[in-house]
Design a protein around this ligand. Structure first.
Ligand code: WT7
Length: 649
């Protein structure tokens, strides 16, 4: 079954931007002569000063240096807005669907988007923001989030969005990490009928920020907030006076566009840096081709702008292409499990892009939630964030897509800026669970995990690396280029290491098998086990903690925490709840452990290293495969852990 090939229908292939033959030709050209290929496709954005150098990229040890279109200049906001005004001023740029279906949706035209972005840019300038300064955005999914991103891009400020589900501590760490001059937030974030108090979270976060950081507050609900005169600025009030013609700054292609913090296998989240020219070329090109976006289509990516998916496929990619992009404030299950499909019907969505975890959750609620809506405008379905299991794929295909919509399973990462491995829907036959083939210019390789050598046979299994750069690649870790090299280029020299394992089948199709490092993928969101561990051990009653992933029906992976308590502290259900809410406040709800096991001891080598391999196996309920335990300092620890596995079943 998993190897079933579903080719694009003739009708789809015929009207698609890229058919099978074009894909083969363009892909071959893109790797045979990348300079020529990207010189041509670099033209899909408007340059103020055209580039003459296509790229200078090096993955060489000690000299990791990635530049695309480096002597060109451009402005991202001008590309996403101004250049469309002549032909699309009255076209809807953003459809905003609020959390509560009884509230009115908004249709924001390109002309309006231009005015609002200019006003926001003008407000930021008045607050002292200059080219190169950092602005942290902590907002609900409201149009102002897009205005804020584009306003930063317009004046050359670097934005860093923090997902509204993150805690005050996580927000504070990110404000400090990039030394932000301004924080843009809202009073409250409505989501699924509940409200997150963003402003009070921001107030708490700023207690840990020692440098001067002003706050711009959007009133989303009008709910009560506290106000600090001098620091806090009222967006609604400033907007009335703000100029709606703020010039777009001329930016170098390699000037940073944004920083986005993401979890890794060690330490604190790192600030992934994306720059201006290459990122925009790549985001817009993948948006057009992967989703086969055509003029006039309504495109909906259900992600939050707090993740890279929202950056590339709600805002930058679609708007650079003059698209109509839908922005949804709510959740898939509010007011009921039919919300996604109600919104698809209501706004006549043509391309729909979501995560497997949402599909699995909705699949369990019954088909009636889908079938009662008219989904005949849907032409294509997309998946992102984790491997999609064939069962979910088939349900998505038949029940949601009516068997007529190609499914694009897009593999990529915060670091990659845009899709790297994905079917192009008019060109590539799909297989449930496979991300299929590389995008143009992308050269995936499968390395043997131990020797680091490239497996050249078509069929291969190992770690997934990239042999060469692509324009959307991250350029550095904010403030720590060494960490950039260490994280991505040091395990396998000369390659970009993705952190994922993969298999290449006899047809040359790629199957992502999941992270091979200490990162877990919870509902398509990345969580570093080290981060959760350090949150746990920060609790006074916890002596030691080890966190691993385990298979979870809905989330893909769940968070499994082994906790050793301080001497004299007794385990209890209350303490379990206390630790859960502790982690929620330290990091955010997405980091809350799904299972906590009290562990009197952890399996360690004689040199004191925790053997996570064993902990993973126990969490997976896979005791037959514990492997060699003879190097453990105290092998009996393992028996105790097996005996007491949480939620044993
Ligand atoms: C990790 C990146 C980039 C979008 C959202 C997540 C996993 C992502 C797929 C897919 C299998 C996938 C990988 C990757 N992943 N897409 N289609 N099939 N796995 O971004 O938080 O940077 O996470 O998500 O493990 O490394 P992210």
């Amino acid at each position: 079954m998993p190897n079933d090939l579903t080719p694009p229908s003739d009708a789809f292939a015929k009207s698609a931007h890229i058919d099978a033959e074009t894909y083969e030709k363009m892909y071959a050209a893109s790797v045979a002569d990348p300079e020529a290929f990207w010189a041509e496709h670099g033209q899909r954005v408007d340059w103020i000063k055209p580039f003459t150098v296509v790229r200078s990229t090096s993955f060489a040890p000690g000299n990791i240096d990635i530049k695309w279109f480096e002597d060109g200049t451009l402005n991202v906001a001008a590309n996403c807005i101004d250049r469309h005004l002549a032909t699309r001023a009255d076209q809807t740029a953003i459809i905003w669907e609020p959390d509560d279906p009884n509230d009115a949706a908004k249709h924001i035209t390109y002309a309006e988007l231009h005015r609002e972005t200019c006003k926001m840019a003008n407000i930021l300038e008045d607050m002292g923001v200059r080219k190169g300064d950092r602005v942290v955005i902590y907002l609900p999914m409201i149009p102002e989030a897009a205005y804020a991103m584009l306003a930063c891009a317009r004046i050359g400020a670097i934005h860093s969005i923090v997902f509204a589900g993150f805690s005050p501590d996580a927000l504070g760490a990110r404000i400090n990490g990039c030394d932000a001059k301004v924080l843009i937030t809202a009073d409250y974030a409505p989501r699924g009928g509940r409200q997150t108090p963003l402003k009070s979270n921001a107030d708490a976060a700023l207690l840990n920020v020692l440098h001067d950081c002003k706050v711009l507050v959007v009133r989303r609900t009008g709910g009560q907030i506290t106000w600090m005169e001098g620091r806090d600025h009222d967006y609604a009030e400033l907007r009335l006076e703000a100029d709606d013609h703020t010039p777009a700054a001329e930016m170098a292609a390699e000037d940073p566009l944004f920083i986005l913090y993401t979890s890794g296998s060690t330490g604190q989240p790192k600030g992934v840096v994306h720059t201006t020219g290459g990122y925009l070329v790549y985001a817009s090109m993948t948006h057009a081709y992967t989703f086969d976006y055509h003029d006039g289509d309504i495109f909906w990516c259900t992600a939050d702008v707090g993740w890279v998916t929202g950056h590339s496929y709600i805002v930058y990619g679609p708007l650079a292409n003059g698209a109509t992009t839908l922005m949804f404030e709510g959740v898939p299950t509010y007011p009921d499990a039919g919300r996604f499909w109600a919104v698809c019907e209501k706004h006549k969505v043509n391309q729909f892009y979501t995560a497997p975890t949402a599909i699995r959750a909705l699949m369990g609620q019954g088909d009636e939630f889908v079938t009662k809506y008219d989904l005949s405008d849907l032409k294509l379905l997309g998946s992102v964030g984790e491997p999609i299991n064939p069962e979910a794929w088939n349900w998505y295909n038949t029940v949601v897509g009516g068997g007529r919509c190609p499914i694009v399973d897009t593999w990529w990462q915060t670091e990659t800026g845009g899709h790297l491995i994905t079917p192009l829907p008019g060109a590539i036959a799909t297989k449930p669970g496979s991300a299929t083939k590389p995008f143009f210019g992308v050269q995936p390789v499968v390395l043997d995990a131990h020797s680091g050598t490239e497996i050249t046979s078509t069929e291969a299994e190992g770690v997934l690396c990239l042999k060469d750069s692509w324009p959307g690649q991250m350029r550095t870790v904010w403030g720590d280029h060494e960490r950039f090299e260490k994280t991505y280029f040091s395990d396998y020299k000369g390659y970009y290491f993705s952190g994922d394992g993969c298999r290449r089948d006899a047809d040359g199709y790629y199957w992502i098998t999941g992270r091979v490092d200490d990162v877990i993928n919870v509902s398509g969101h990345r969580m570093g086990t080290a981060e959760v561990e350090s949150a746990l051990v920060a609790h006074a009653k916890v002596a030691e903690a080890a966190v691993v992933g385990y298979p979870h029906q809905i989330k893909g992976q769940g968070i499994y925490a082994y906790v050793t308590l301080m001497n004299g502290v007794e385990p209890s259900d209350d303490l379990r709840k206390e630790l859960e809410s502790w982690v929620r406040t330290e990091i955010g709800p997405i980091a809350k452990p799904d299972l906590i096991q009290w562990a009197p001891g952890l399996p360690k080598t004689r040199s004191g290293k925790i053997m996570r391999r064993i902990l993973r196996k126990i969490a997976e309920n896979d005791y037959g495969a514990l492997g060699d335990t003879s190097t453990l300092a105290d092998p009996s620890v393992v028996d105790n852990l097996i005996e007491n596995r949480a939620n044993k079943g």
